[in-house]
Design a protein around this ligand. Sequence first.
Ligand code: SF4
Ligand code: SF4
Length: 403
Amino acid sequence: MQERKTECTRRGFLGTAATGLVAAGLATLAPGRLTADETESAKKDIITRKLGKSNISVPIISMGVMNANNPGIVQASYEKGVRHFDTAAYYQFGRNEQMVGTVIKKMGVRDKVIIGTKIYTSQQRVTDPKEAKKKFIKMAEGSLNRLKTDYVDILYLHDVSDPADFTNPGVIEALNTLKDQKKIKLAAVATHSNMAGVINEVIKGGFYDVVLTAVNFTMADDAEMMKAISDASKKGIGIIGMKNMAGGSRWPNPETRRNYSSKTIAKAALKWVLHHESITTCIPGYDNHEHLEQNFEVAYDLEYSDEESKFLTDNDIALGVGFCRQCKKCLASCPNDADVPTLMRVHMYAAQYANFQHARQTLNDIPKQNGLANCLLCTTCTAECANTVDIGRRIDELKLIYA
Ligand code: SF4
Ligand code: SF4
């Protein structure tokens, strides 16, 4: 292990917690079967961090597999040094889990990687604890089958925003049973709405080991959420970051990118998250080698380049991105009950991630009485949004694609 110093420049914004970053070679993570590429990587000190109070350490850059349907990119990620793969039963109707499982099994590296997967409980709305337990264990076993493994390292309750989503005694019992059976190592929740509320509730409950949360530079002013992250980490809860690029290089308004390259945007955004030492690793979603390369460069070095610093302190960028924090404050303002936050996510998946299958799947899950057709583009809700989300334009674009 060795200490690295990370430069903090230009306002506290750029790095609030960038001291004493723990760096370690990959040798401890990948014994045996080292490829030439891995041997080369090991020499360069990939930065790794421990996940809460577990005995798991991973490189600070992981792979969010959601947008990928090419097994080659999963394999290339492993060969590059990625050791943590994040998937979900919901992604591609289970095919995403199947792809991860097939690649890891074929490479014979199950004991060298951390697999996180997610299952929905909130959508089932099963309140009877016995029924909830039965259903949950069945869903978890479905994931194990698709992943072709006897255990997952991190099992998440997918997309929770309300404590009722993750405090059902039946679900807690199911997670304990799965732990006893050694089918899961860590129990976790994933949240991209009401993040501070969820994290604080997790701290209070003292049951969950890990939280996967949306966090990025456009949310720097959300002191409550940043405090919750730090508090959770101090309590030994592992924190993993998602939506770290606020939509990445395909932002809705191309003009908001100004003259910054995709590489600058991606690297600056990931570094901003990882300058918070409470956050163990990020799971950027990517589906090509260029993005793998540029993301993984961050695993070796968290110092900002001049251009990255300039990008992060450019107020016009933070305002122009209009990242939807899924705060749901706009919901009450719609006279037609349109589910604006979920529609904003559909827009992000389609326009920013170019993941049209996931966008369609999410759109189809919106109850008809809250769907896209309900929006009459009156723009009332736009005035309610404190985060400069140009709701009207995004819904207009969704109507062009899906109407
Ligand atoms: S559109 Fe604005 S108000 Fe509505 S959920 Fe997103 S950030 Fe919140
Ligand atoms: S634009 Fe009007 S109709 Fe459409 S979601 Fe907003 S408030 Fe509802």
